[in-house]
Design a protein around this ligand. Structure first.
Ligand SMILES: NC(=O)C1=CN([C@@H]2O[C@H](COP(=O)(O)OP(=O)(O)OC[C@H]3O[C@@H](n4cnc5c(N)ncnc54)[C@H](O)[C@@H]3O)[C@@H](O)[C@H]2O)C=CC1
Ligand SMILES: O=C(O)[C@@H]1CCC=N1
Length: 360
């Protein structure tokens, strides 16, 4: 059994560092995950997640420097990506990624271009310093993006993808890497639309990427190289946790971590409502609710004698909160009798099923 840092006579800072080191040792790169369905790169990503959680709030700093290295959300040094990056569509998720990349300094405004359809998007991008803003992707924008950038993120709605892919296809060369974040749109659809040999990666990010706390999964197309995978991993790791999965798992990822932030916001809102109902002012209730959710999530990545792969089972943590004949068990009983557990399971399954439907 490992000695706790405190038992070794270390102060709080050294103790924290020792815990981080022991966690990293537990999650050494290359350590094989035992869980089914996760690829080997998952072990690197799980280590990043554990480290990220142990350093909550660390973001790699603001600003928009270029070149050199940057910090991932885990605090690890990342190389800034030298390739120019294009975005086709920059709404909620596209802008979250752009802002996240800039905050992490993995790219810089001069190395990013966007094709946008609306004036409000153009204004929003200009405000964060993006200078190369082209028009609608179906009206010349995609050609300009392909000329400017070697990595092209497709960030339009799935329903808009057929026309976007059709407009982009003639301009894709073997030098381009195309990264789609569209829910449901499969690698085969992307590859067939973009033409033989197109290097494609399918990603499912989520909006907390904006604050370097994203959770993303990706899978590689037939012609994407290992370097392409590493490049995408570098970009996604700069804005949070990232894991490589098999494509057949992407709908489940979409239902869980893609849509999941909305489910959690609903939970935070409801918790805050409960606080108000119990007598708290709204702002106090909301702050307590959100901090409770963030802290509870962080605890899953804490290191103790029960942790596996840097994670403590939430059931163990739940039991530690609930005192015999106390307050928590009363609340838990209410949640269970209301079917909340089943509701979350069904919500993820339904969102995953919708992702599959979007494939067409
Ligand atoms: N919102 C989220 O939390 C997540 C979204 N996604 C995926 O990201 C994609 C975008 O979703 P959102 O950002 O939520 O949608 P959004 O509607 O906020 O953004 C899409 C943007 O694409 C633009 N657009 C549409 N057609 C265009 C064209 N021909 N040329 C240039 N721009 C065009 C729209 O004007 C809009 O600004 C979707 O495919 C979705 O499945 C993936 C993960 C999470
Ligand atoms: O709601 C949607 O369809 C997108 C995909 C995942 C999150 N938002």
């Amino acid at each position: 059994m490992r000695l706790l840092a405190a038992e070794q006579g270390l102060g709080p800072a050294a103790a924290a560092a020792a815990v981080a080191v022991s966690r990293q040792a537990w999650l050494l790169p290359g350590r094989q995950l035992q869980w089914a369905g996760l690829t080997s790169s998952a072990s690197r990503s799980a280590a990043a997640a554990a480290a990220a959680a142990s350093q909550s709030g660390s973001t790699g700093g603001g600003g928009s420097g270029s070149g050199g290295s940057s910090s991932s959300s885990s605090g690890a040094k990342l190389k800034a990506v030298p390739e120019r990056i294009g975005f086709i569509g920059a709404g909620q998720m596209g802008e979250a990624l752009i802002r996240g990349f800039l905050k992490a300094r993995v790219s810089s405004p001069g190395k990013i271009c966007c094709s946008v359809r609306d004036f409000d998007r153009q204004d929003a991008l200009e405000r964060i310093g993006i200078g190369s803003i082209f028009g609608d992707a179906t009206e010349g924008g995609s050609e300009e993006v392909a000329r400017f950038a070697r990595i092209i993120f497709l960030c339009t709605k799935p329903q808009a993808m057929p026309e976007v892919l059709e407009a982009l296809a003639p301009h894709i060369t073997p030098d381009h890497l195309v990264v789609s974040i569209a829910a449901g749109i499969t690698l085969v659809t992307l590859e067939e639309a973009l033409g033989e040999g197109a290097r494609v990666v399918r990603v499912m990010p989520n909006t907390p990427s904006l604050v370097q706390s994203g959770a993303s999964a990706f899978c590689l197309g037939r012609h994407a190289t290992q370097q392409d995978g590493e490049l995408v991993e570098t970009l996604l790791s700069s804005v949070g946790f990232c894991i490589q999965v098999q494509e057949k798992q992407m709908d489940a990822v979409t239902g869980l971590s893609g849509s999941g932030p909305a489910f959690v916001y609903l939970m935070i809102e409801a918790l805050a409502d409960g606080g108000v109902a119990a007598g708290l002012p709204r702002d106090t209730a909301l702050a307590l609710a959100a901090k409770t959710v963030a802290g509870a999530a962080q605890m899953v990545f804490s290191d103790d004698e029960t942790s596996v792969l840097g994670m403590v089972h939430p059931g163990v943590l739940k039991d530690r909160v609930a005192s015999p004949a106390g307050t928590t068990i009363e609340g838990l009983a209410e949640l269970e009798s209301s079917g909340v557990r089943g509701a979350f399971i069904r919500a993820v399954k339904r969102a995953a099923a919708r992702s599959k439907e979007l494939a067409g």
